[in-house]
Ligand binder design. Structure first.
Ligand code: TYD
Ligand code: MG
Length: 454
């Protein structure tokens, strides 16, 4: 038998290298290259005789009826993150830390789809069918007509899908699936990649929607190569803090809807409950007006979400003071600190800076710049901002404030929650604003003068 030489695969990006090295040339990650056996046989689905070489033209598509409608689960938060329901024959990846609630979420989702008449299969490689049934009973889903399977062999899974002909299949998790034509352990890069490829291809050719559950590593990356993210139509991340009850399902890629859309859930004793008004939840722990707190009127996907940004500034004993940022982009915070120092004359040298978004929410919009600056200044000056004020706006390197999109929506959401005043960049276009008192400022220097009289 010809000796097949091993190959080296980067577990972050999936690039194949001829030799091991400490750093992947393709993605620049360190210590991610591992040795694995190459693919030794062709894909398993070849034996299943899928249609080959058939071409349809755009014009024939145009003459067809409207595309098949999306299926709605009735779980509004879940449907929204998918972009308005499940697109037939789509492939979805749901990533998240172990124990965050992925299995619970997907079991609830398939049960909801099944009750709407969709034929659903839930295949678990982590739990026995009886355990899944027990969980379903605890969640009050025992009567939902979901097909359960406990399989890990890819061939068995494909055969089951072939004979059952479901409309939706959940594979929990992709790391447990094992393709016997690949000589590597389950969960390894080659296995995850081969299994995901087979499942997605099979699903696409048969018009089945498939949801792959994936664990993420300590570094927050999907265990297995990033290439799985490229194979699917939609990538969702299920996130949350250990100490908090709420969970966020976030679309980071979606061919069928807006990326960065979020769905908010609360983990209860009876499974995940939908949170229809996330702003109220994120602000629920806010007490009296205190220094270091600013409320940011943000937009997540298509809807406004208010969050509290908290800052603490304290004298440092370290030669290079701490900059601890949780829930915001630390690069942007460094920029804001530099702008405050060089354009507004407010240095943070010799001071430790801690900044976080209350409740464990992650905010990536540049529109949060001004609220972050406000929280930092409020902490440094030990002056509380008015408790009924929301803030939004992007800060440029020249300290000018740049208007951001959807100002109207931000203000309306704030008004709904009882806020009465807002600070926004000059040039912000608003018509009504829900009766909020709106102050439009040209730059950060004016903001500092206005709020802190510096
Ligand atoms: P699980 O869905 O098994 O997580 P994952 O599939 O992401 O690993 O969720 C496990 C956690 O959820 C566990 O810590 C217990 C908690 N949980 C509840 O709080 N309430 C419930 O009704 C259920 C089913 C789980
Ligand atoms: Mg699980």
């Amino acid at each position: 038998m010809a000796k097949t030489s091993a190959q080296f695969i980067c577990s972050a990006c999936g690039a194949v290298h001829r030799k091991w090295s400490g750093r992947c040339d393709a993605c620049g990650a360190w210590n991610t290259i591992i040795e694995e056996a190459p693919l030794s046989a062709g894909p398993a689905s070849r034996t299943l005789g899928a249609a080959k070489g058939k071409v349809i033209t755009l014009t024939t598509l145009a003459t067809q009826e409207t595309p098949p409608p999306r299926a709605l689960s009735g779980m509004a938060e879940f449907d929204r993150v998918l972009g308005g329901g499940l697109v037939p024959a789509s492939a979805i990846l749901v990533g998240g830390d172990p124990g965050i609630g992925k299995s619970t979420l997907l079991l609830q989702a398939v049960a909801a789809f099944a009750r709407k008449g969709l034929k659903c299969l839930y295949i678990s490689g982590e739990e026995a069918a009886e355990q899944v049934r027990m969980r379903a009973r605890r969640l009050g889903l025992a009567d939902a007509p979901v097909g359960l399977g406990a399989e890990t062999n890819l061939r068995d899974i494909l055969t089951t899908m072939d004979s059952e002909r479901p409309a939706l299949v959940v594979i929990d998790s992709i790391q447990t699936v094992w393709a016997d034509m690949v000589e590597a352990a389950p969960g390894s890069v080659s296995q995850v990649r081969a299994a995901a490829h087979e499942l997605v291809t099979f699903a696409k050719t048969r018009g089945v929607s498939v949801v792959l559950v994936g664990h993420v590593t300590k570094e927050g990356q999907l265990a297995g190569p990033r290439v799985v993210e490229h194979m699917v139509d939609t990538v969702l991340y299920f996130e949350g803090e250990r100490g908090h009850q709420f969970r966020i399902l976030r679309a980071v890629k979606n061919r069928f809807g807006p990326a960065s859309e979020i769905g908010v859930f609360e983990m209860t004793g009876a499974g995940l409950a939908e949170v229809a008004n996330p702003s109220a939840l994120f602000l629920s722990e806010r007490g009296e007006a205190a220094p270091g707190s600013a409320v940011f009127a943000g937009i997540e996907g298509t809807r406004p979400v208010l969050t509290e940004i908290q800052a603490l500034v304290a004298p440092s004993t370290l030669a290079s003071p701490r900059r601890t940022v949780v829930g915001l982009d630390s690069g942007r915070i460094s920029t804001i600190l530099a702008v405050l120092e060089s354009r507004c004359g407010i240095p943070f040298t010799g001071l430790d800076v801690f900044l976080n978004v209350a409740g464990g929410m992650k905010v990536s919009e540049p529109a949060a710049d001004l609220a972050a600056a406000a929280a930092l200044l409020s902490a440094r000056e030990d002056v509380a901002l008015p408790a009924d004020m929301v803030i939004f706006g992007e800060i440029s390197l020249s300290a000018a404030l740049r208007p951001v999109g959807q100002a109207e929506n931000r203000l309306k959401e704030a008004a709904k929650l009882g806020f009465t005043q807002a600070i926004a960049p000059r040039g912000t276009k608003v018509e009504g604003g829900g009766g909020m008192r709106l102050r439009k400022l040209p730059d950060l220097v004016t903001f500092v003068g206005d709020m802190f009289g510096a």
